[in-house]
Design a protein around this ligand. Sequence first.
Ligand code: ATP
Ligand code: MG
Length: 321
Amino acid sequence: MPLAEAASLVSMIHAVGLTKRFGNLTAVEELSLDVHEGEVFGFLGPNGAGKTTTVRMLTSLISRSSGTAEVAGCTLGRDADELELRRRIGLLPENVGLYESTSAVQNLEYFGRLHRLPEAKLRANIERLLRMMDLWNERDRPIATYSKGMKQKVAIARALVHDPVLLFLDEPTANLDPESAKTVRDFILELKKERRTIFLNTHHLDEAERICDRVGILRTRLLTVGSPEALRDRLWGSRTVVRVERPSEALVVAITDRLGPRKVEISGDTMVVEVTDPDRDNPEIAAAVVGAGGRLRQISQLSPSLEEVYLRLIHEQGSAG
Ligand SMILES: Nc1ncnc2c1ncn2[C@@H]1O[C@H](COP(=O)(O)OP(=O)(O)OP(=O)(O)O)[C@@H](O)[C@H]1O
Ligand SMILES: [Mg+2]
């Protein structure tokens, strides 16, 4: 097996049956999940789904009610692994806590020294991170004078100052303007190139779609996991839009005769055909239309967005439960 392929199988997070109860409330139930080295994993789910609780368990900030997890090679709950876990992971928490009366540089120095980073490495990391976040010129101002988004960026820098191999980001772009959000997304992709692993809680489905290798959808229980493309295909399939000069029932029959029974909707000059494998089905659709005397104007693919998939899944689960 090539080295790169073997490396891609390394599990950075291996959780089995992870559960958290707060009194009578079960916040996370029986979560089993693997996140691989070098992967950007997106964790989606409605407010109160248990995303932050999961991150807090995986970063050992709160205890588990039951279940086990290996995180960056450390076993949760094993005292001997606690310190090593802190070194290997970085966390951008949901509620950013910085020392407000001191500057960005002082905040980062403080956290870097906690992790015993060599002084020269620490200086280099601080400058690189603050420049990247466009905060270098503001570096000596007290954090209290920063805007919400500027604080968020310092907190992201803080999560990274000790070069962690696994980074947990709880809604990193929530407070950011579009340009800063893009900076952070690009930054995440840069980290991925360095084979760091990123666990990302987000409500931005387009963000998840753009940067995540796989996403999991949580609603106390894990509803599904897969690449955004796989989720779209698995949950919905795809549809082919056929524009013809004059749609007719005869054309619909020609298509279903050829492809087998399936849903075809006529709307204006288009027919929308449900397909399972567009590469196989589309040529057949074109042949059926032309064979039945139809004049084909255009044939194109309509794939649901991750947002559509998400809403449908959450909605279905909501009405089922
Ligand atoms: N310390 C706590 N004590 C009691 N209940 C809690 C505590 N922390 C979280 N919960 C509950 O656990 C559930 C999951 O909360 P959590 O913060 O993990 O959700 P989330 O998916 O991160 O939501 P959001 O998208 O709003 O950030 C919620 O019902 C919440 O009220
Ligand atoms: Mg949360």
